[in-house]
Design a protein around this ligand. Structure first.
Ligand SMILES: NC(=O)c1ccc[n+]([C@@H]2O[C@H](COP(=O)([O-])OP(=O)(O)OC[C@H]3O[C@@H](n4cnc5c(N)ncnc54)[C@H](O)[C@@H]3O)[C@@H](O)[C@H]2O)c1
Length: 389
C-alpha cells in the first residue's frame, strides 16, 4: 500500500487530537475524519482543523472504508476498548500512552494484536524520536560509553501544582491508579530503555500525593487549559493518584538507576532529563534544550553536540529534517514517530523489526506501573512481571 493511499481516523479532539492531526499531515498521511466525545465536538474539531469528515460516534470511524488506521487520543479509560474494536474492524492502531488502565487489559491487547498479524500497532512514546535521543542510542549501541553503570533523571511539570488545578488524569477511574508515573514517568522509562537497550527488572518506589483534595470545576476541562478554570464554580474531590514519585531502578547487566517524577514542580513546564554514566564517558539530555547532547569525559574537555545531521549518526540524521541550528522539537517527534509507523505499514512486511514502540512495549510499561504501585504499597523492591526479552 502506498503512503498516499492510507487514511486515518483521529479519536479525541483535545491536546493530542490537535497534535496528531498536524503531525500526520506533516508526515504525508491523510486524515480522513475526527471523532470527539459528542457530535458537536467532532464537528467543531473538523472545522477548526480542516478535516474532511466528523464522526458522530466512534463506531462510524472504525466502520469507514476510507479509514485504514485509527489514532486514539482519548482519556486512558477508553484506550483498551477502542484499540480492541479498531483491530477487530481491520484497522492499524496507534494508541496514546499509557496503553491501558491495567496490565490485564494491556496483556489482552497484545494477545489480540497477535491475531491480526497484518495490522500494525503502536503506543505513542514519541520522545524516542528526538534526533539527539536517537544519537544517544547509536553511541551506546556502538559501545562508545562502554559498560553502562547507572541511569538517572527526572520528568517534572508544574501544571498540577495548585489544589485548584484539575484534569481527568487525577481520577483513578479516568486515568488509572497511577497518575504522574503512568502519564509522564513511563515516557522516561520507555526512553531510557530504548536509548540504552537495557530493561528495568526491579523497582523500589515511593509515591506522594501532595493534594489529597482538589477543586474540580463544574464542566469539562481539557489538558493544559487551567488558566480560566479557577474562576469557575467548583466542587471538592478526594484524590488518590500521586502528584510525584521517586523510583530506584535495577536494570539487567547490573546497571542501576533513579527517577524523580513530579507534576507539582513550580517553573518546570515539561522537563525530561536523563544522564547515563558509562565506563568510558557519559551522556546527558534535557527536553527543554532538545537540540543539545552533553557528552562527559574524564580525561579531556566535555563536549556539547548541537543537533546537526552532518555531525550525527545516520540513524539520528534520519529523524532530523532541518540543517543544524534550525531547531526541531516536540511536534517533530510526533511527525517522525508517525512517519516510522506509516513507512512500516506501506512497506507491508509485518515481521520486520520496528523502530516505533509497539503494543508489547506499551504492555511492558503498564507492567512497570503495576510493579511501582506494589512497591510503594509494600515498601519493598518488586520485580517487573514477565520475562525480560
Ligand atoms: N505522547 C504525549 O506526549 C502525550 C501528551 C499528552 C497526552 N497524551 C495522552 O493522550 C491521551 C489524551 O490526552 P489529552 O491531553 O489530549 O487529553 P484532553 O483532555 O486534552 O483530550 C481528550 C479528548 O478526548 C475526548 N473524548 C473523551 N471521551 C471520548 C470518546 N468516548 N470518544 C471520542 N473522544 C472522546 C475529549 O472530548 C477530549 O477532546 C491520554 O491518554 C494521554 O495520556 C500523550
Amino acid at each position: 500500500m502506498e503512503l498516499e493511499e492510507i487514511g486515518v481516523a483521529m479519536i479525541g479532539t483535545g491536546f493530542m487530537g490537535r497534535v496528531h492531526v498536524e503531525a500526520l499531515r506533516r508526515a504525508g498521511v491523510r486524515v480522513v475524519g475526527i471523532c470527539g466525545s459528542s457530535p458537536k465536538k467532532s464537528r467543531a474539531a473538523a472545522r477548526q482543523l480542516g478535516v474532511e469528515k466528523s464522526y458522530d460516534r466512534f463506531e462510524q470511524a472504525i466502520e469507514d472504508p476510507e479509514v485504514n488506521a485509527v489514532h486514539i487520543g482519548t482519556p486512558n479509560r477508553h484506550h483498551c476498548e477502542m484499540a480492541s474494536r479498531s483491530l477487530e474492524a481491520g484497522k492499524h492502531v496507534l494508541c496514546e500512552k499509557p496503553l491501558a488502565m491495567s496490565s490485564a487489559e494491556s496483556a489482552a491487547l497484545v494477545e489480540l494484536s497477535r491475531q491480526y498479524p497484518n495490522q500494525a500497532t503502536s503506543v505513542n512514546y514519541n520522545i524516542r524520536f528526538y534526533p539527539l535521543c536517537v544519537e544517544a542510542q547509536a553511541r551506546i549501541a556502538s559501545q562508545e560509553l562502554g559498560e553502562v553503570f547507572h541511569i538517572t533523571g527526572s520528568y517534572v511539570q508544574d501544571w498540577l501544582l495548585w489544589p485548584t488545578d484539575y484534569n481527568w488524569r487525577v481520577l483513578c477511574e479516568e486515568g488509572g491508579d497511577l497518575r504522574a508515573i503512568a502519564d509522564i514517568g513511563t515516557h522516561w522509562l520507555d526512553l531510557v530503555q530504548s536509548v540504552t537497550g537495557l530493561e528495568v527488572l526491579e523497582v523500589m518506589a515511593d509515591l506522594q500525593t501532595v493534594h489529597q483534595v482538589r477543586e474540580r470545576p463544574i464542566g469539562e476541562v481539557e489538558t493544559f487549559q487551567s488558566g480560566g478554570q479557577r474562576e469557575k464554580q467548583s466542587e471538592s474531590i478526594h484524590v488518590q493518584t500521586e502528584d510525584a514519585g521517586n523510583i530506584l531502578l535495577r536494570f539487567n547487566h547490573g546497571a542501576r538507576g533513579a527517577l524523580n517524577v513530579s507534576q507539582v514542580t513550580a517553573g518546570r513546564k515539561n522537563c525530561l532529563r536523563f544522564e547515563i554514566a558509562g565506563s568510558h564517558n557519559s551522556l546527558s539530555w534535557n527536553s527543554e534544550s532538545p537540540n543539545r547532547l552533553w557528552i562527559g569525559h574524564r580525561d579531556q574537555p566535555n563536549q556539547l553536540l548541537t543537533r546537526d545531521p552532518a555531525l550525527m549518526s545516520p540513524a539520528a540524521g534520519r529523524v532530523a529534517d532541518y540543517p543544524g541550528g534550525h531547531n526541531e522539537g516536540y511536534a517533530d517527534s510526533f511527525k517522525h514517530c508517525f512517519r516510522a509507523f506509516y513507512a512500516y505499514i506501506a512497506n507491508g512486511d509485518f515481521e520486520a523489526p520496528t523502530t516505533f514502540p509497539t503494543f508489547a512495549d506499551g504492555h511492558r510499561e503498564v507492567m512497570l506501573c503495576d510493579a511501582v504501585l506494589e512497591s510503594h504499597r509494600c515498601r519493598k523492591w518488586v520485580a517487573v512481571d514477565g520475562p525480560a526479552s
